[in-house]
Design a protein around this ligand. Structure first.
Ligand code: IMP
Length: 179
């Protein structure tokens, strides 16, 4: 790897936690045929592991949101880059997100989905940087609570747009965070 970084959460720990959450979430939706919506791009790896371990019939739609630009800290602006194709009215929706930071992205997306009259809306996030929250958001399941570090890998965007394909979650050295 061309950038200095340390392993923050090892792949085997992520795998174990995702399997645990998938069991719980699968139970919750048994027979309910949820629509699982990974928020692109960051949630694509997490969602792929999660849906395959849920053990229940489900469908998948995608939403794309962008809030970051080139910086490692949120701009606070959310832009919809991809929308769902099938109607969500009357469906049980499970929104899948990689990380909640300020909460602005999730708040925006939850409001958008709610406006489409789903039967229910739950949210699962892999990582939660609680200390950075600017707006309250409803998160139903959380993988790991983490401190304020810039992390990447396992689907999350890294320096120069690289490293989403890593099995581990890495962290930049603290002195390289630009906030
Ligand atoms: P929020 O709107 O501030 O909660 O930011 C959430 C979005 O920012 C997530 O969807 C991530 O894509 C991105 N994000 C926040 N923190 C990190 C990080 O440490 N690494 C990579 N992406 C991050």
């Amino acid at each position: 790897m061309a950038h200095p970084a340390e392993v923050f959460i090892e792949g085997w720990r992520i795998e174990r936690r995702v399997a645990e959450m998938a069991r719980e979430i699968g139970e919750r939706y048994r027979g309910g045929r949820p629509v699982v919506i990974p928020l692109l791009r960051g949630a694509f790896v997490f969602a792929a592991d999660l849906v395959r371990a849920m053990g229940t019939d489900l469908s998948v739609e995608f939403l794309g949101a962008s809030s970051y630009g080139e910086s490692t800290s949120s701009s606070g602006e959310v832009r919809l880059t991809l929308d769902t194709e099938l109607p969500l009215a009357g469906r049980h929706v499970l929104l899948v997100e990689d990380i909640v930071d300020t909460g602005l992205t999730l708040a925006y997306i939850q409001k958008l989905i709610s406006s489409r009259s789903p039967a229910s809306l739950s949210t699962v996030v892999l990582l939660d940087k609680k200390a950075r929250r600017k707006v309250e958001v409803d998160v139903t399941w959380t993988g790991f609570e983490i401190p304020d570090r810039f992390v990447f890998g396992y689907g999350l965007d890294g320096p120069d747009g690289l490293y989403r394909n890593l099995r581990d979650i890495m962290a930049l050295p603290e002195e390289m965070q630009d906030r």
